[in-house]
Design a protein around this ligand. Structure first.
Ligand code: HEC
Length: 136
């Protein structure tokens, strides 16, 4: 009796897991996230960032976050910057201060909307997405 109950619970959670990975509402990332990166992903979902950004490399209204951190970013003024933590912080808080080439200057300003720790968590998330994934 006990065993059957356990089997039920296990198969139930497996099904839920399969469903969740199938729908990929988070923009679909299969990268292993750090604890802080996981929090950052939650912040991105709660703040609605993922309606414009993906984590899987596909282009949305804004650039994908996959492989962004640490890469060279071309801006619409013709300059190139490296997406270090400082750039990422500025891009999150005031996207209008530097606009990625090929994209519209429509990202909302989040200065005053996000706490320092939310911004730190987002940056950790972006850095996780930049990390090489040996499994792939
Ligand atoms: C209405 C759509 C929209 C929303 C919502 C939005 N963004 Fe953006 N974001 C953009 C666009 C468009 C760009 C590219 C133009 C620019 O740099 O401003 C961008 C650029 C960025 C960049 C720089 C990307 C790069 O490749 O250099 C980061 C980082 C970023 N957004 C993070 C966020 C975060 C975090 C949130 C939520 C707190 C968010 N965005 C919400 C549209 C959006």
């Amino acid at each position: 009796m006990r065993r059957r109950l356990l089997a039920l619970v296990v198969s139930g959670s497996l099904a839920a897991g399969a469903l969740m990975s199938a729908c990929g509402s988070d923009g679909g990332t299969d990268v292993k996230l750090s604890v802080q990166g996981e929090r950052g992903r939650t912040v991105a979902e709660e703040q609605g960032c993922t309606s414009c950004h993906t984590s899987d490399g596909s282009k949305g209204v804004g650039p994908s976050w996959k492989g962004m951190a640490g890469s060279k970013i071309e801006l619409n003024d013709g300059s190139t910057v490296v997406a270090d933590d400082e750039y990422l912080r500025a891009a999150i808080l005031d996207g209008r201060s530097q606009v990625v080439k090929g994209y519209a200057n429509i990202m909302p300003v989040y200065k005053g909307e996000l706490s320092d720790s939310q911004v730190e968590d987002l940056i950790a998330f972006f850095n996780d997405l930049a990390a090489p994934t040996p499994e792939n």
